[in-house]
Design a protein around this ligand. Structure first.
Ligand SMILES: Cc1cc2nc3c(=O)[nH]c(=O)nc-3n(C[C@H](O)[C@H](O)[C@H](O)COP(=O)(O)OP(=O)(O)OC[C@H]3O[C@@H](n4cnc5c(N)ncnc54)[C@H](O)[C@@H]3O)c2cc1C
Length: 264
């Protein structure tokens, strides 16, 4: 009998839960539907994910982001691998700042005393030459603490540390349902048989509406596409140490770009 069973242990949230529980001495089992973890079907697939501090979406994220930064740093240190690179982030808007992502980011950074600088195009291009191609009327806010994570590397590191702290992991075990008996034991049904635990953590990501049909009306799953491109002529202007990622709103909407990375 396990203290805790984590469903979706091959993903971002599940692998992290597995690691932290095992590290705290909890007898924990991770169940993952896919044959291996990480894998190319999850939200974590790909080379990079961004973590910023001037989070414009909602102020309630700010303390969570501070804690997340700290935990990613700890994971990096414990794993001895490069999982996170601090590149900084440029928020850029063309023309007027009114109601732009840059204006919101400046507001959040000011309100929460986050380190930031407001830059004119010429200054930005001098500091970061890759930005010289931006429009002349672009406005910039630079936030130095933003970083880029290697999402698959983070999962690998969390799972390695979880297993060495005593966690168990079963891949290829798709959870189909569970039942709680009179003693409060959770019986988890999977494609590889049944497992018993005292508590259950669900971290199935985009599969949550399938696993918990009661939530279907609240959740809609969307496909998000991301691409990585080689830099032409190998220009160093786009290397991670001199090209902060950017969040830009221009006349076509909001987009994000990240610097060139070595992928491990
Ligand atoms: C294109 C793209 C870009 C993104 N960019 C950013 C970014 O820059 N910054 C940022 O913070 N976030 C970003 N995100 C979001 C971030 O990647 C996700 O929030 C995060 O990876 C979700 O983790 P998760 O553990 O919930 O899901 P996943 O990593 O998908 O893990 C869920 C796991 O559950 C498993 N599972 C599902 N059903 C079952 C079952 N029945 N039984 C057993 N296992 C099951 C799956 O196989 C999977 O391994 C981005 C997402 C996408 C898609």
């Amino acid at each position: 009998m396990f203290d805790v069973i984590v469903v979706g242990a091959g993903g971002t949230m599940g692998s992290s839960a597995l690691h932290h529980l095992a590290k705290s001495g909890v007898k924990v089992l991770g169940l993952e539907a896919q044959a291996e973890a990480p894998h190319s079907n999850g939200s974590h697939h790909g080379h990079t994910r961004v973590i910023r501090t001037a989070y414009v979406e909602h102020p309630s994220y700010l303390p969570l982001l501070g804690r997340a930064h700290q935990l990613w740093q700890e994971l990096q240190q414990a794993s001895g691998q490069v999982l996170l690179e601090t590149t900084g982030c440029i928020y850029s808007s063309e023309g007027t700042l009114e109601n732009s992502c840059t204006q919101h980011a400046i507001h959040v950074a000011g309100e929460h005393a986050l380190e930031h600088r407001i830059l004119a195009k010429a200054e930005a291009a001098k500091l970061f030459p890759g930005y010289r191609a931006f429009p002349e009327d672009a406005k910039f806010m630079y936030e130095p603490a933003a970083a880029v994570l290697q999402p698959e590397g983070c999962i690998r590191a969390s799972l390695t540390l979880a297993l060495s702290a005593g966690a168990e992991l079963v891949c290829g075990a798709a959870v189909t349902g569970w039942r709680v008996d009179d003693q409060g034991t959770v019986h988890v049904h999977t494609s590889k048989g049944e497992y018993e635990g005292r508590k259950l953590i669900l971290a199935p990501g985009a599969w949550l509406p399938k696993l918990v049909p009661e939530l279907q009306s609240l959740l809609s799953v969307e496909r998000q596409v991301v691409g990585w491109f080689e830099v032409l002529n190998g220009s160093a202007d786009f290397d991670a140490d001199r090209f902060p990622m950017f969040v830009m709103d221009d006349r076509d909407g909001v987009s994000q770009r990240r610097p060139r990375f070595q992928v491990w």
